[in-house]
Design a protein. Structure first.
Length: 594
């Protein structure tokens, strides 16, 4: 039976309004006809809903139910050998063969406990319910967790408030972000920044006077994870930002990083929550040979782990109380798995509307484990998948592998930590390519701005994925009105995403053969809404090729380029495309019957 994740150990995932398609292999010994049905209910309800399953092939049956509420649903399958269906199936065969049905109608009457005078009556009789002792129910009751629509379809924009005059400045900046078309505004940590071991510009070991430090070095004399950096403003300012964003159809996502600067009140008040070195100092964060003296990690295996876990859960509850229902969680793979399963389960039982994005750029099985434990969405390897082969292989896995039942990708072309060499060396065409791919390959995507739309491409040093003069360590002054900004393109891509249901989910993704390794062609479809995307992955040279479009809706069909408003006519499966990176290296077509 499916869907099920690790034999039912974890729930599958859906968003409000989604359909849960349940499949099962159901058969019995002998030749009797089999019937089966899905039982489902919202968890906590007493009465099961029932929906009959349809036979497909090879003892495989399918049915579905729709989830309309946040929270958890339960479902299972039951089946039985049905004597009435068996009799009626054979009656049809005997009638078609011209045999006398007198005795057979009497046999049917005995089964039914009511008279069946003729064949026509037999065909109209409702199938009686099975006897309880004849029913076999699947050995497990499985679960699906239902989350907000934004769990399945969202557009994130990351922005440092301190570069825009703090929280009140962000309120003034909201019209710009709204015009770009994003519906989630993600803020790096807004907490007080530590002074001890503060990092300087470009991650310098020693800060100079006036250096503002990294927002991820959390905690100072003004407070810790439940306080706001004074230079950003007050809680009144934060509430104003949450409210103003809501009026524009946006939600605020807050970064939660469970680590402390040496100045965090936790270090003084709860030394038992940290690891101590033989020299009497707290163990700071390390990724040898890198050292992060401005950050102290928590010891999740501390003998006082219970009080630590309770306090960290209360951090989420605190910000939920201040209007935040989306959290981007920093490096969750470096914390205890058991903590995340407990914490997220506890929070979602009270607040099923909460969304958690896992920022775990780590090994695949670890990323998948975190998704199973409850994280709503997950960062991916998209940033490092740039060739045709890499993109096709990876996104086929994300959209078609059974792991799609629990692993929701959220793809980003850049982050404050990651400036890939494709963007460093590809110029404006490379940024356009990655923007189009992010907007169309996955239903959840994001970007770090204004660095992306202003095409920041200088690395800290050759071979580095760190930005030169990274905003993580200093206040930037962005000229968002620059004439060469990608703002119009990004705004248009987000409009296209909102207007086309095919781009609002992941599972319909299909790649199409094209005889050029620099051309990537794929489509998505939701009922009659069919989107075809063609991208030139070479940011320097014009590329052309023949596409085998095996999803063509008819012998001839129309293509409307939703980015440029150009129109084309195609016929059959095999058609020609040509893309020049110096004009526009991608098409986003809406395909309709001619």
């Amino acid at each position: 039976m499916r869907p099920q994740v690790e034999a039912g150990r974890y729930p599958a995932k859906r968003a409000v309004g989604d359909e849960v398609i349940v499949e099962a292999d159901v058969f019995a010994d002998g030749h009797d006809a089999v019937a089966c049905e899905v039982l489902w209910r919202f968890k906590g309800e007493n009465r099961w809903q029932r929906v009959g399953m349809e036979f497909r092939h090879n003892d495989h049956w399918v049915a579905s139910f729709r989830v309309e509420k946040l929270g958890r649903y339960e479902y299972t399958v039951r089946g039985w050998s049905d004597p009435f269906l068996t009799w009626r199936r054979d009656l049809v065969k005997r009638r078609d063969a011209g045999q006398d049905l007198t005795i057979d109608l009497k046999i049917g009457a005995e089964i039914l406990g009511a008279e069946i005078p003729d064949y026509e009556t037999a065909m109209k009789v409702d199938v009686p319910p099975p006897r309880d002792e004849a029913v076999a129910t699947y050995e497990k009751t499985l679960e699906v967790v239902v989350e907000p629509l934004r769990a399945r379809f969202s557009s994130w924009y990351e922005c440092f408030p301190r570069s825009f005059g703090g929280l009140r400045g962000m309120v003034d900046h909201l019209p710009y972000i709204e015009a770009l078309g994003f519906n989630v505004l993600y803020l790096p940590p807004v907490h007080p920044v530590g002074v001890t071991a503060r990092k300087g510009k470009n991650n310098a070991v020693s800060a100079k006077p006036g250096d503002v430090g990294s927002p991820w070095a959390i905690g100072a004399k003004e407070g810790g994870h439940k306080a706001i950096e004074p230079s950003l403003g007050t809680f009144d300012d934060f509430h104003a930002l949450v409210a103003a964003a809501g009026k524009r159809g946006m939600q605020i996502a807050l970064d939660i990083a469970f680590q402390c600067s040496p100045d965090h009140p936790y270090v003084r008040e709860h030394p038992e929550w940290f690891r101590w070195r033989p020299d009497g100092t707290v163990q700071y964060a390390e990724n040898p040979p890198k050292k992060y003296q401005d950050i102290y990690p928590f010891d999740f295996d501390s003998p006082q782990w219970k009080s630590l876990w309770e306090e960290l859960r209360s951090v989420f509850e605190f910000w939920i109380g201040h209007g935040v229902t989306i959290f981007r969680v920093d490096n969750p793979h470096t914390k205890a798995f058991d903590f995340w399963e407990w914490c997220i389960s506890e929070l979602k039982s009270k607040h099923p509307e909460v969304i958690f994005l896992s920022e775990a750029f780590t090994r695949p099985r670890v990323m998948h484990k975190l998704a199973k434990l409850g994280f709503t969405q997950s960062y991916t390897y998209f940033t490092w998948r740039n060739t045709k082969w890499e993109l096709q292989e990876y996104f086929t896995e994300l959209s078609q592998d059974p792991s799609r039942e629990y692993f929701r990708p959220n793809i980003w072309p850049n982050t404050p930590d990651i400036l890939h060499e494709y963007l460093q060396h590809g110029g404006r065409p490379a940024f356009i390519v990655r923007a189009v791919l992010a907007a169309t390959l996955a239903a959840n995507c994001g970007m770090y701005g204004p660095a992306f739309e202003l095409m920041e491409a200088a690395p800290r040093e050759p071979g580095s994925e760190e930005y030169l003069n990274s905003e993580k360590y200093e206040i930037k002054r962005w000229d968002v009105g620059r004439a060469d900004s990608l703002r119009p393109l990004i705004s248009r891509l987000n409009e296209i995403r909102k207007a086309n249901p095919a781009l609002q989910s992941d599972w319909s993704l299909r790649f199409h053969a094209v005889d050029n390794d620099q051309l990537l062609v794929f489509s998505k479809q939701e009922e009659s809404n069919l989107i075809l995307v063609a991208v030139n992955l070479d940011p320097r040279v014009q590329q052309a090729g023949w596409v085998d479009f095996d999803r063509a809706p008819s012998a001839s069909y129309a293509l409307e380029d939703l980015v440029t408003t150009g129109r084309y006519s195609w016929s059959g499966r095999r058609n020609f495309i040509q893309l020049d990176p110096q004009t526009l290296p991608a098409h986003v077509f809406r395909v309709t019957r001619a």
